[in-house]
Design a protein around this ligand. Sequence first.
Ligand code: ACO
Length: 328
Amino acid sequence: MSIRAVICGTGHSVPEKILTNDDLSQMVDTNDEWITQRTGIRERRICSSEESCSTLSIQAAKEAIASSGIPPQEIDLVVLATVTGDYVFPATASLVQSEVGAVNAGAFDVQAACAGFIYSLSVAEAMIKAGTIRTALVLGVDTLSKFVDWTDRSTCVLFGDAAGAVVVRGETDTDRGVIKTVLLSDGTGAPHIKMEVGGSKHPFQDVKSRGLGDYIYMNGAEVYRFAVNAMGDACCKCLEEAGMDVSEVDLFVPHQANLRIIQSAAKRLGLADEKVFVNVDRYGNTSAGSIPLGLYEAEKSGRLKRGDVVMTVGFGAGLVWGANVIRW
Ligand code: ACO
């Protein structure tokens, strides 16, 4: 009998501090009209100095576990997608594992930028289907505000901080769960979005290298061009491999980077506005946090109900991209 990886709990966490477009216009040469028209973003959440990837993750994880009704001791794996973990090592997943009482779980981080949640969910799903584990806590979390150059108007207006979490459990005799996933990468696009310092090529102690890129660097136009095509391509491939038609999709929860990118992907797929989930106006681009936060909000607001087909799609630094089709 085939096993399906069913999402049975969701959680989230966002910092309390709100940074509006008007606030940003006091910091750099920008204005609400430019940001709203080019990106759809109106405000974003920003971590305090006490908050970090792990603090947001732990809150989101606890909420997801409580909503699943599954005791934390029954979790076999914690897999956390982030590019902004608390440390280079240890993995933030291990910090979450101990704090939530998942005493029988293994734990590791996955790095796939804004597509991170799709990648981490696919790892958990594959291990559940293989019978290696039964229950996983899967997170997507980023705190890019800590890595943004707050004097660079071309990047600092785009990003915010957030965490989303789901509990996934293997079930038989169900048509719910992850139906299909596609994962894609094109490393020739690596120069278009990067954070260089802190890795083994430009370690922190090599002070001379710091001028190379202490902060996020992004070629926005290049990423935009890539994203518009990649989102549509990944969704079409995922649906085709699932043997499904776009008309079967009840809700589209894309990575929230830019409203214009979301709208052009939805148009290419022929999805009506009411099937497209958008919260980029309130949170900006929260990288790996974006898709699980969207799933959480869609469920809580009643837009995503048990049995619905939801399609997620993400893209980001790597370049990487991917999509899931899930029956909720
Ligand atoms: N306020 C006012 N003007 C600005 C701002 C700002 N915040 N930022 C840039 N401008 C100016 C530019 O300097 C430029 O001026 P110029 O014509 O005098 O040179 C002008 O606005 C137009 O700039 P463009 O870069 O052409 O603007 P565009 O319409 O392409 O929008 C944007 C820029 C929003 C960054 C867009 O390219 C984009 O969304 N790209 C995708 C980003 C993305 O999705 N990243 C996701 C990956 S993140 C990850 O993986 C972690």
